[in-house]
Design a protein. Structure first.
Length: 143
């Protein structure tokens, strides 16, 4: 989570919503990392999770990320939660819950719905306050 937080801070300094993500492979080594970049890439899908999954697919030479764990500073949105299932990621660790758009435990439980064809274990609340403060401060400065 420390690496994901560092990426989130970097994104915040660049004017992006401060979210960072890291993909850890089955061997415990970091396979990919990313931060939010929809503004820089002019791409609404350029969330940290999506960019990290894409990079991990390239690093592992496979669109299936079996045995991998995604570590991210904010609870994934519906798009990112669906991508985790489609990529066959084994697990998800996230920091702050997202009361507005979280699709794992907050607003929806996408990874638990019967039609989701892959189960991703998940654990939230890791360094949650640190992750939440980063987001609160970022948006407070925007206002």
């Amino acid at each position: 989570m420390g690496m994901a937080l560092a990426l989130a801070r970097e994104g915040g300094r660049a004017g992006e919503t401060p979210v960072g993500a890291v993909v850890v492979g089955p061997d415990g080594r970091v396979q990919a990392q990313a931060r939010n970049a929809p503004i820089a890439l002019r791409d609404p899908t350029a969330h940290a999770e999506i960019l990290a999954l894409r990079a991990a697919g390239r690093a592992l030479d496979n669109y299936r990320l079996n045995g991998c764990v995604l570590v991210v500073t904010l609870e994934p949105c519906p798009m990112c939660a669906a991508a985790l299932a489609h990529a066959r990621v084994a697990g998800l660790v996230f920091g702050a819950a997202d009361a507005q758009a979280g699709a794992v435990i907050s607003r929806a439980e996408y990874l638990e719905v019967p039609f989701c064809n892959h189960r991703v274990w998940h654990m939230g609340g890791v360094r949650a306050e640190e992750c939440a403060v980063l987001l609160r401060d970022f948006f407070a400065n925007k206002r």
